[in-house]
Design a protein around this ligand. Structure first.
Ligand code: DNO
Length: 393
């Protein structure tokens, strides 16, 4: 397996030397500055690749191995294969990436909101901070701040009472912070930041789109793009929903093993692959992580490794240290290493330590939520220790 690191580009507050010092060899990145839906060009991708791969004198060489993500525009999620122009632009981006020799592309199919947290700096007992999803704060946002049509039907009387009390205790500043955490698109998100009125409007545009319809739109998209990927030896890896359940009454269709099985059955192309994200899938107690890794091993080309800890209500969770929490990381790595050994060297699985606690010097620095250097460095070092013990490095 190859050790990757997500890098946010030339203006990122964690530079390429930090990637080297963390011990990673592979960079995971995207043209984050290109607006969603606009086709990437070969020149743009080649320029970024040169920036990553042409090392200054005396520095070790890095490889841009994974594009995470080429965003899928909202129209594709709402209309499927009928969103012809948007899909053609996506294929053009894929072709530009492939022309530059990058063979793994990550994407997701979450409607309206990508990964979602209510708290970005939840203080944990060590004094570090972790990202958190607090179900009552989420419900307070949905019911009282967004005031979504029909939201009241999605919560029990007890849920509503707790959400009401949470909302009543919030100051204007708390409301602004919660709104920004949920609606302004966290780093790497492939959905647009939304104001509250735009958020309501976007939700209304999904009226009538249930899970079956959304799945058929993803299948239509995959049928359109996998031939181009296959022809260029590119693997497309679908990132799971985070959290892996419906939010805001919207369907989510990459949350369970059955969800992925339905997609692989419908579009068996070898280009149809999976980004195996332990932290996202691990939020559901009914997802058996080593079993999922074993079942879809041949489809896994990219892995996000981190852990989450479910809280008492079974719906809230926070991000734990990489080897703590609910994820059986050793069990997962055993499966991924076994698969990796079956492959030729050019096909090896790339992983990155996903997220990390904000700790030590990062507590006083400007950091991208979820992506501070030191917490990720700790995560990668711990994961590397497991791989070393499994004799997989
Ligand atoms: C968050 C990430 C997401 C993810 C995209 C995949 O940390 O896991 O940004 O990369 O949703 O397309």
């Amino acid at each position: 397996m190859r050790q990757g690191w997500r890098w946010y580009g030339p203006h990122a507050n964690v530079p390429l030397d930090a990637v080297r010092q963390a011990g990673a060899t592979d960079v995971v990145s995207a043209l984050h500055e290109v607006p969603i839906g606009q086709a990437w060009t070969v020149a743009e991708v080649a320029e970024r690749k040169a920036l990553i791969e042409i090392a200054p004198a005396g520095r070790s060489q890095l490889t841009w191995s994974v594009v995470e993500s080429i965003p899928i525009p909202d129209a594709v999620k709402r209309k499927g294969a009928a969103a012809r122009a948007e899909i053609e632009a996506w294929i053009a981006s894929l072709e530009a990436v492939a022309a530059c020799g990058i063979k793994v592309i990550c994407y997701n199919f979450m409607p309206v909101v990508d990964w979602t947290r209510t708290d970005l700096d939840h203080v944990i007992p060590t004094g570090a901070t972790a990202m958190r999803f607090d179900q009552d704060r989420f419900a307070a946002f949905d019911l009282h701040i967004l005031a979504r049509d029909g939201a009241e039907n999605d919560y029990s009387a007890a849920d509503k009472e707790r959400a009401r009390a949470v909302h009543a205790a919030m100051s204007e500043a708390d409301i602004a912070e919660l709104t920004s955490n949920i609606a302004s698109a966290l780093p790497g998100s492939t959905t647009e930041p939304l104001t509250i009125p735009a958020f309501r409007e976007r939700l209304r545009s999904y009226a009538g789109i249930d899970a079956a319809r959304l799945r058929s739109h993803l299948i239509g998209f995959l049928e359109a793009v996998t031939p181009a990927a296959e022809a260029r030896g590119v693997k497309l890896t679908l990132h799971p929903d985070d959290p892996p359940r419906s939010l805001f009454g919207l369907p989510r269709i990459a949350s369970t093993a059955d969800d992925y099985a339905a997609l692989f059955d419908a579009v068996p192309s070898p280009a149809n692959g999976m980004c195996y994200c332990t932290g996202s899938l691990g939020v559901r107690a009914d997802n058996d992580l080593p079993a999922i890794a074993r079942r879809f091993a041949a489809r896994i080309h990219f892995a996000h490794l981190r852990a989450t800890k479910r809280e008492g209500d079974g719906r809230s969770f926070h991000e734990s240290a990489h080897l703590e929490g609910d994820v059986d990381m050793l069990g997962v790595l055993r499966e991924l290493v076994a698969e990796d050994r079956r492959r030729s060297p050019g096909e090896t699985i790339i992983f990155r330590p996903d997220h990390g606690h904000r700790m030590l010097d990062d507590l006083t620095k400007q950091v991208s939520p979820g992506y501070p250097a030191i917490g990720r460095l700790r995560g990668l070092a711990e994961l590397r220790g497991i791989l070393y013990a499994l004799d997989a490095l």
